[in-house]
Design a protein around this ligand. Structure first.
Ligand SMILES: [Zn+2]
Length: 281
């Protein structure tokens, strides 16, 4: 297995290197994965948190004038804040999703891209897929030459992605994005935003879909048994035996809320906000 030690570049394929940022945690696993695509011209996917040592490691892995693009899968604080520092060091062009949603990252991209666009280098092409769900401005990049998909926070290794409605997360969109990624032809690998590279893409995406469907069923079943329930009670019923650390209990609440909003849109439950009472429709 290539090295997940922060700051150490490791080659995942002829065109792809990974440097893990020094921000391990309950949501980030070993840390955020920053990917360097290309040799003569480099695209940096997700520069990560604004940590000087991490940016130095990115710049040090290539000649700095070769870093042509900074590509953002989305603008969450563990993926994007190093952008300014990296651009200052390299003059790279910042590329992110075109839609201007509620975004407090302060990042102003040089180039806005959308679904179907391609970032063309001399050695490679990276196709853009809009994959909302984890974040409304989330995009994945497909490296045509190696059929490797950079999934950002849409599919991870070692943990599940968080869908938080309070930060633009949308479970209906998330299911649709997973279903779409599953259909990409000849996909050979996933390079997730956190954790090891995934060598069996479809199996992992199927696991993700099955996990979310299972949660949804559990929530529905629980609500059918109860007169009504709050999100907190549903979380306790679903995760109570797992002894989760506090931040993950909170995140479980976001996931449950996201599922409830999806189920409500489908007419299967009734209720209003995260704190309110929910019941089966
Ligand atoms: Zn994220």
């Amino acid at each position: 297995m290539p090295d997940l030690t922060p700051g150490v570049p490791s080659a995942l394929s002829p065109l792809v290197r990974r440097i893990v940022a020094p921000n391990p945690g309950p949501f980030t696993g070993p840390g955020t994965n920053t990917y360097l695509v290309g040799i003569d011209e480099v695209a940096v996917i997700d520069p990560g948190p604004d940590v000087k040592g991490h940016v130095d490691a990115i710049v040090g892995a290539s000649m700095k004038e070769r870093v042509r693009w900074v590509l953002l899968t989305h603008t969450h604080p563990d993926h994007a804040p190093a952008t300014a520092r990296l651009v200052k060091a390299t003059g790279a062009e910042v590329v992110a999703f075109a839609k201007k949603d509620k975004d407090d990252s302060g990042i102003v991209p040089d180039r806005l891209v959308g679904d179907g666009d391609t970032i063309e280098g001399t050695e490679f092409g990276l196709d853009v897929l809009h994959t909302p769900g984890h974040a409304p401005n989330h995009i994945c990049f497909l490296l045509e030459e190696e059929r490797m998909l950079f999934t950002g926070d849409t599919v991870l290794e070692g943990t599940w992605s968080v869908v938080n409605p309070a930060r633009g997360g949308d479970m209906t969109a998330y299911f649709a994005s997973l279903a779409r990624l599953r259909k990409i032809p000849r996909l050979r690998g996933l390079a997730p935003g956190h954790g090891e590279a995934i060598e069996e893409p479809r199996a992992r995406i199927d696991e993700y879909l099955a996990h979310r469907k299972r949660r949804e069923q559990q929530i529905l079943r629980y609500l059918k048994k109860q007169e009504q329930a709050k999100v907190k009670e549903i979380v306790h019923a679903l995760y109570g035996d797992q002894d989760l650390p506090e931040p993950l209990v909170e995140a479980a609440g976001w996931q449950v809320h996201a599922h409830l909003l999806k189920l409500r849109a489908e007419g299967k439950v009734a209720g209003t906000t995260a704190k309110a009472v929910w019941k089966a429709a």
